[in-house]
Ligand binder design. Structure first.
Ligand SMILES: Nc1nc2c(ncn2[C@@H]2O[C@H](COP(=O)(O)OP(=O)(O)OP(=O)(O)O)[C@@H](O)[C@H]2O)c(=O)[nH]1
Length: 62
């Protein structure tokens, strides 16, 4: 089992949360409460390897 940690980086309002949630749920959700950071965890199988994926989605500084 491999652990993979991923951070989503980008400018304010560029769609970091939308991209992350779409990857995890296959759905586009238009609006978020984006004033807090989130860590998502997902278990997946990629090329026959089991992965524990942790995705860090930071909130922009305002
Ligand atoms: N039409 C469209 N709108 C998008 C897309 N991705 C993001 N948006 C919109 O762009 C806005 C910002 O998206 P977020 O995912 O909140 O962006 P973010 O980078 O996480 O924002 P911060 O954390 O505030 O910096 C939201 O209103 C989304 O609905 C897309 O692929 N298409």
């Amino acid at each position: 089992m491999n652990d993979v940690k991923l951070a989503v980086l980008g400018g304010e309002g560029t769609g970091k949360s939308a991209l992350t949630v779409r990857f995890l749920t296959k759905r586009f959700i238009g609006e978020y409460a984006s004033n807090f950071e989130s860590i998502y965890k997902k278990h997946l199988c990629l090329e026959r390897k089991q992965l524990n994926l942790e995705i860090y989605d930071p909130c922009s500084q305002r």
